[in-house]
Design a binder for this molecule. Structure first.
Ligand code: CUA
Length: 331
């Protein structure tokens, strides 16, 4: 008995903690913060309630016929139950659900209100380009999505080498990203906040580490942020940052990374022009403190197995600190 109680408590705890971790809202499709996610969660709860009601009705009937009133059922009643309960009711219910489900599908493909964000899945990070309406060149960023609240934003999706999937559960449904083929999805955030996006298609060793922060901002704040994102990098100002910039140049980091406004124009890895202002590092792998920057530079391959960026663990610790000061200063 004690063992059983213990098992029940353990199971309850596991279910409880599972529910709790899914309920913080940052990455939950059931706590919608966008128009599309709201429609989907309504659809989910309607189906859930419907399924529970049907389950109760069927089991009630089963209980009634086996325990309360056992014995043969009159032929007419049996036929009626099969025709009504087995054919008419399921056909009507499933038909209605199908019609409703199909009716909300096109919403996800609706065109946006002007801003297009092109996102490309790389191994294992996100190349991000903002195309405001009428723009001739994109504003390049990486590993983070920012979007204005209350506006439908169009996402043009692609991939470099393998299939990835773009998903911000709190805002709406997922969409696959293919090499050599464009897919589109549009999302409209209804509440400001920082949400978590996650690659939802297995894409290699570090698939689970391929995440990003998605921040929905009031439109005026977003416009100001985008203006700043378009600007060149600020020059390093503290002695540490100046020394870090020299190490960055000496180690050839600019062969892979761009820092706009400098000689570093590499296209292989994420754009670092404003990397210090992002919420996360390594595509959602770490936070964005100075310590996180130093950890990423020195233990890249341990933090993200098979990543293309080599770890710079061979550099002295002091140089990790200086590089971190430079990168964190790229606000
Ligand atoms: Cu990218 Cu999984």
């Amino acid at each position: 008995m004690r063992g059983f109680r213990h098992t029940v408590t353990l199971a309850g705890g596991l279910v409880g903690s599972g529910l709790m971790s899914g309920c913080t809202g940052q990455q939950s499709a059931l706590i919608p913060r966008g128009e599309d996610a709201a429609v989907q969660s309504t659809l989910f709860f309607v189906m859930l309630v419907g399924a529970v009601v049907l389950w109760l009705m069927l089991n009630g009937l089963f209980f009634y016929l086996t325990r309360v009133r056992p014995g043969a059922v009159p032929q007419r009643l049996a036929n009626g139950m099969i025709i009504i309960g087995g054919l008419v009711v399921p056909a009507v219910l499933i038909g209605a659900l199908l019609a409703w489900g199909l009716s909300i599908l096109p919403d996800q493909q609706r065109s946006g209100d002007g801003l297009t964000i092109r996102v490309t899945g790389e191994q294992w990070w996100w190349r991000v380009e903002y195309w405001p309406e009428g723009a001739e060149a994109p504003i390049v960023s990486a590993n983070e999505i920012r979007m204005p609240v209350g506006e439908r934003v169009e996402f043009a999706l692609g991939a470099k080498r393998v299939i990835h999937s773009f998903w911000i559960p709190a805002l709406g449904g997922k969409m696959d990203m293919f090499p050599g083929r464009d897919t589109r999805v549009s999302l409209k955030a209804t509440e400001p906040g920082v949400y978590r996006g996650q690659c939802a298609e297995f894409c290699g060793a570090s698939h689970a580490w391929m995440a990003f922060a998605a921040e929905a901002m009031p439109p005026a704040d977003f416009a100001a942020w985008l203006d700043h994102e378009a600007s060149a990098a600020v020059a390093p100002s503290t002695p540490d940052a100046v020394a870090g910039a020299e190490i960055f140049a000496r180690e050839g980091c600019g062969a892979c990374h761009t820092v706009r406004g400098t000689d570093h124009i590499g296209q292989v890895g994420p754009d670092l022009t404003h990397v210090g202002a992002r919420h996360t590092l390594g595509a959602g792998r770490l936070g964005a403190t100075l310590e996180d920057f130093a950890a990423w530079i020195s233990h890249t391959d341990e933090l993200k197995p098979e990543v293309e960026m080599p770890a710079y663990g061979h550099l002295p610790e002091e140089e990790h600190r200086l590089l971190a000061a430079y990168l964190k200063g790229l606000q």
